[in-house]
Design a protein around this ligand. Structure first.
Ligand code: NAI
Length: 453
């Protein structure tokens, strides 16, 4: 008998498990694939490992811009993939050790909720049944594979891949066609473009990077067009063949030849086959409906991470898991979804938090958005020949509160948490003016911008 059974050992699940155990709850995690979930095994960490190798290679290729010659630089893709496996193995081992250290039981099986009786919720895993007073569902998400003619066959034959398969692909394709110009599509396009692959991105919207502020998304597009990535915007994929992707653009039927196709058009919550119907957990468009405290409609059943379809980011998952446990332990807590930062690990990096120029219009907010070149930063100029990065700061007109910060340029991923604190704490421009930013850094541009607002 457990106080808490957690279904899924990804960022939401393993972090929540540790917190629950520290809070005195007897906790069981059931995971069917590998601890660490998508983030550690086939998402955030593997991608960042590949992108770091690409970054070093790019430095070497462009060293002469800074007076440095490396001879003829080369990248060994197979080595990069093998190194990625090593990094993943180390980190997954680390999660296992963490669970052990916290006293969390881990069962490696597929879990199915079978019902509830006076003792608690019943969960079947392999040939054993477990009982938990409470349940936390953290089963994550899968890559969406929509019913585009030929796509499912292409995935089955290995011609089309999702993030899972492409991260293990050891051969270097001549031509890669990416369907979907969102986060995964852009990060993988960035890697394969860096290592010399001919990359075409087909995106149905008229812009890349989804909800990213449009000014930032345009700069990112320009950067990658300059690097040679071909973007087909406002293009509708009509079918996938055995050596091409067919699409329609401006009313014309066209075809993009491919050696490999990446499907990155979003993710779907993993709610099928886990027995939610046996206890009546409510879902909407396939995702579990949760409150900001992580509660589902069934008392004692909670959900965190991609499975609730709300933000689908590993760091949101951590926080959601934490919030669920705090509430279970009687400490009132909730997730503030408007101050969650997001990052696209392209080169240049993109990082955002809060309202964008588009959302202030949609919501009718009385706010102003102003952009500042990163060239205000001496360090940025020193390190970025021809760099065109910016930071955009959005404040409300009445109180001059920071509502959003968006950045494209070096270190953006590491800088954004400071901006997220400003948004989360509803800081005003005058509050931020009192902060001392270290010099010389790229983050100083936020200070520079704040003084001009
Ligand atoms: P996404 O939602 O970011 O982008 C999907 C893109 O595909 C959108 O631009 C959409 O307009 C386009 N699209 C949809 N159907 C299409 C079609 N039939 N033809 C052409 N384009 C089509 O989804 P993505 O990139 O698959 O990423 C999935 C999730 O993983 C996201 O929620 C993201 O937050 C998360 N993720 C986060 C990362 C990070 O934080 N750095 C890295 C990778 C993934």
């Amino acid at each position: 008998m457990y106080d808490l059974i957690i279904l899924g050992g990804g960022p939401a699940g393993y972090n929540a498990a540790e917190n629950a155990a520290h809070g005195g709850m007897k906790t069981l995690v059931i995971e069917e694939r590998a601890l660490g979930g998508v983030c550690l095994n086939e998402g955030c960490i593997p991608t960042k490992t590949l992108l770091y190798s690409a970054k070093i290679y790019d430095y070497a290729k462009h060293g002469t811009d800074y007076g440095v010659s490396f001879g003829s630089a080369a990248i060994d893709h197979e080595f990069v993939v093998n190194r990625k496996d090593k990094v993943v193995k180390t980190l997954v081992g680390g999660i296992g050790a963490k669970m052990k250290h916290a006293g969390v039981d881990v069962v490696m099986e597929k879990a199915t909720i079978t019902g509830k009786d006076a003792e608690g919720f019943k969960v079947q895993a392999g040939d054993k049944e477990y009982t938990g007073k409470q349940l936390l569902i953290c089963t994550g998400s899968d890559a969406a594979v929509p019913p585009i003619p030929g796509l499912r066959e292409a995935v089955a034959s290995g011609f089309a891949m999702t993030n899972r398969e492409i991260l293990d692909m050891k051969k270097v394709p001549g031509k890669l066609v990416v369907i979907g110009g969102g986060v995964i599509g852009l990060e993988m396009a960035s890697y394969f473009n860096s290592i010399g692959v001919d990359v075409t991105v087909i995106e149905m919207l008229d812009h890349i990077a989804g909800p990213t502020d449009s000014e930032i998304s345009k700069i990112l597009l320009k950067n990658y067009q300059k690097k040679g990535v071909k973007f087909l915007l406002s293009a509708k994929v009509t079918s996938v063949g055995t050596d091409c992707v067919n699409y329609e653009k401006d009313g014309k039927a066209e075809s993009a030849p491919a050696d490999v196709v990446l499907v990155s058009i979003g993710r779907r919550a993993r709610t099928a086959g886990i027995g939610l119907e046996n206890i009546g957990v409510l879902t909407e468009r396939g995702a579990i409906v949760t409150t900001d405290e992580g509660r589902t409609n069934v008392p004692g059943v909670w959900a965190a991470g991609d499975v609730n379809g709300r933000s689908m980011l590993a760091h949101t998952a951590y926080r959601e898991g934490e919030v669920c446990i705090n509430n279970m332990l009687g400490k009132k807590d909730k997730v503030r979804y408007n101050s969650i930062p997001s990052v696209i690990y392209t080169n240049p990096e993109v990082a955002s938090v809060g309202e964008t120029s588009e959302t202030i219009k949609e919501k009718g907010l009385e706010a102003t958005a102003q952009s500042f070149t990163l060239k205000y930063s001496g360090r940025y100029v020193a390190e970025n020949e021809g760099g065109d990065g910016i930071v955009k700061i959005i404040i409300d007109k009445e109180h001059k509160k920071v509502l959003g910060v968006h950045m494209i340029g070096s270190y953006a991923s590491e800088i954004i948490y400071g901006a997220a604190m400003m948004v989360e704490k509803e800081m005003r421009v005058d509050d931020v003016k009192k902060f001392v930013f270290p010099h010389p850094t790229v983050c100083e541009v936020i200070r520079e911008g704040i003084f001009q607002l």
